[in-house]
Write a protein that binds this ligand. Structure first.
Ligand code: ADP
Ligand code: ADP
Length: 230
């Protein structure tokens, strides 16, 4: 069953940069797709079109059969359903880990503080931060901050999670703890689209590897085929 269906997507930025050219990709519910390719090939742009942080110039994107370009579509609702984790963690510095995770459930989903608090605690446990809930971001390592960012995205109960180079800003010793959280999400059946240079993750966790070059989706393969030695 398809959850994401991108068809002939083009993106031309206002400055004329043609960042996506006829990109088509179907993703099934529960699938983990890793996007690789050189810098500037359009990976980040494509990811951002999937939750409409970036509008598209041509083509269609459907999430659960809802077209993102249909004027009747409530884009805010789509954004709630498609969580995103960035290279830079973007936590609110004046809020604790728990405060960061509770914010959107209270403000956007209008949950009670009590409910948001108990769900937030569960999510922080799930990402291995039970002991760090009351720490401010400045008192957390990069790996811990990124795990808070993942918990914060999960607090919106998304159907899909997008990851844009989630470990690229981390010191090497912290990469593993973030990838472990992503692996456990994948094994829980989360649909994930991941831009990463971590080939170990792609090999172990991806159902499909998609390669982009100069705005085009050049090929897609199973990791078994992609990484097979010849
Ligand atoms: P990648 O994630 O593969 O590094 P990007 O999606 O960031 O690639 O960028 C694809 C192309 O679009 C690049 O040529 C980049 O310079 C350009 N680009 C990205 N964002 C913008 C923007 N906001 N305005 C104009 N051009 C952009
Ligand atoms: P990445 O490759 O990780 O996406 P970049 O360094 O290409 O990172 O881009 C960082 C930010 O700058 C992004 O928000 C992107 O949209 C923007 N950007 C990239 N290229 C351009 C460009 N040519 N003009 C304007 N904004 C750009």
């Amino acid at each position: 069953e398809r959850i994401i269906r991108a068809e002939n997507v083009d993106k031309i930025y206002p400055n004329g940069c043609h960042a996506l050219k006829q990109v088509s990709l179907d993703i099934k519910r529960g699938e983990v797709v890793v996007i690789i390719g050189p810098s500037g090939s359009g990976k980040s742009t494509f990811l951002r079109t999937l939750n409409q942080l970036e509008t598209i110039s041509e083509g269609t994107i459907r999430i659960d059969d809802v077209s993102l370009t249909d004027k009747k579509t409530n884009i805010n609702k789509v954004r709630e359903e498609v969580g995103m984790v960035f290279q830079s963690f973007n936590l609110f510095p004046h809020k604790t880990a728990l405060g960061n995770v509770m914010l959107s459930p209270v403000k956007v989903l209008k949950k009670s503080k009590k409910e948001a608090d108990s769900e937030g605690r569960e999510l922080l446990k799930r990402v291995g931060l039970a002991e760090r809930m009351n720490n401010y971001p400045s008192h957390l390592s990069g790996g811990q901050q990124q795990r808070v960012a993942i918990a914060r995205a999960l607090a919106m109960m998304p159907k899909i999670m997008l990851f844009d180079e989630p470990t690229s800003a981390l010191d090497p010793e912290m990469v593993g703890e973030v990838l472990d959280v992503m692996k456990s999400l994948a094994s829980d059946g989360m649909t994930m689209v991941v831009v990463t240079h971590e080939m170990g993750f792609a090999r172990e966790v991806a159902d499909r590897v998609v390669f982009m070059e100069d705005g085009e989706l050049v090929f897609e393969e199973s990791p078994e085929r992609f990484f097979e030695s010849d």
